[in-house]
Design a binder for this molecule. Sequence first.
Ligand SMILES: [Zn+2]
Length: 446
Amino acid sequence: MVRVSELVLRSTRVITPEGTRAASVAVAGGTITAVLPHDADASPGARIEDLGDDVLLPGLVDTHVHINEPGRSEWEGFRTATRAAAAGGITTLIDMPLNSLPPTTTVDHLRTKQEAAARAIHVDVGFWGGALPGNAGDLRPLHDAGVFGFKAFLSPSGVTEFPHLDQEQLARTLAEITGFGGLLLVHAEDPHQLAAAPRQGGPKYADFLAGRPRAAETTAVAHLLAQAKRLHARVHVLHLSSGDALPLIAAARAEGLPITVETCPHYLTLSAEEVPDGASAFKCCPPIREAANQEPLWQALADGTIDCVVTDHSPSTADLKTADFATAWGGISGLQLSLPVVWTEARRRGHGLDDVARWMSTRTARLAGLDRKGAIEAGRDADFAVLAPDETFTVDPAALHHRNQVTAYAGRTLYGVVKSAWLRGERIVADGEFTEPKGRLLRRTG
Ligand SMILES: [Zn+2]
């Protein structure tokens, strides 16, 4: 029996798994109970929110976010990051295991992170664990404690407390994780190729780019795929920036390897040619590459070789974003702007919001095994983003909610104004006004 609905969200454009259509979405107890015709009668007493022609999307699920609390809370915290997320239409995020102190590499550390997050989160938050040399014994307990999978680096991470795995350590880690049915996420750049690349400090972006060559990604992906094939392991390639690795990935998938791949808004929309010298707001690793490299990334999104788009929101304080690309902190803050940034370029290329929802909500929810998130259909959480897709705005850093208002998108005019976000049937932000935090801590259930 269908439960009596308490709330009905009505829009001429609802993004459902079957396509975009006019519909009324019935909600009870925080769950979507039915997707009904636009003119369907609501249950007696149900509150009706008529969104007109604004688009109702499933709340976005961002599976790659660095929240630096505790330990480096001045870089980012749970309250500020989740406000930025909500303002950008993201209703679920999964926190990366590094850049906080402690990193999420033991169950005790996970508890510390969860305590820091509790009561401060405006959206739902889950955690990835970290795989380090020497913590193989912590992985199974972390898995049992509810982390969604494990992140490892194949090259230096940027922080000393999170060392990378060599090939032998990767093999052992992958065997351990595969043994209990877990998922390994990998930052794939080859340390030897990075070490051999020209290394010059200074403000020139071209010098920085030359120090992080595409070949380093291709080699690391090749090594990872070879190891994954041996064990038929479930692996996920983080923040792919180079189109050169795509044929390897497509071939491995054609052979049946259960591999998934993500890329980020900045690789899809920003190019090396336009980065001003000294503008380390654009610095991240792997780097933003040449404009010509964007074509294969978009093609791979269109044909499914790349599964999803995540922010890799990785902020620091402004003073660490120095004009020297060699020493400036590497990381781009994208939480609040990822939807309009991706949508602006997607629409120009002829994609629809159903594509954007698939890349930024459905597929990311699936990556994390979040079967109550990622789609507008009966039985899922009533998490939504309401978007005015044809309205534009110009990015003003002062309007960003993340802790340090550093952005690579300042001054850009973007399509897509997020009007509101909803979490389990409650509006958590509307036109920049937030409710009290209503987010919950999430644990892996699958
Ligand atoms: Zn990251």
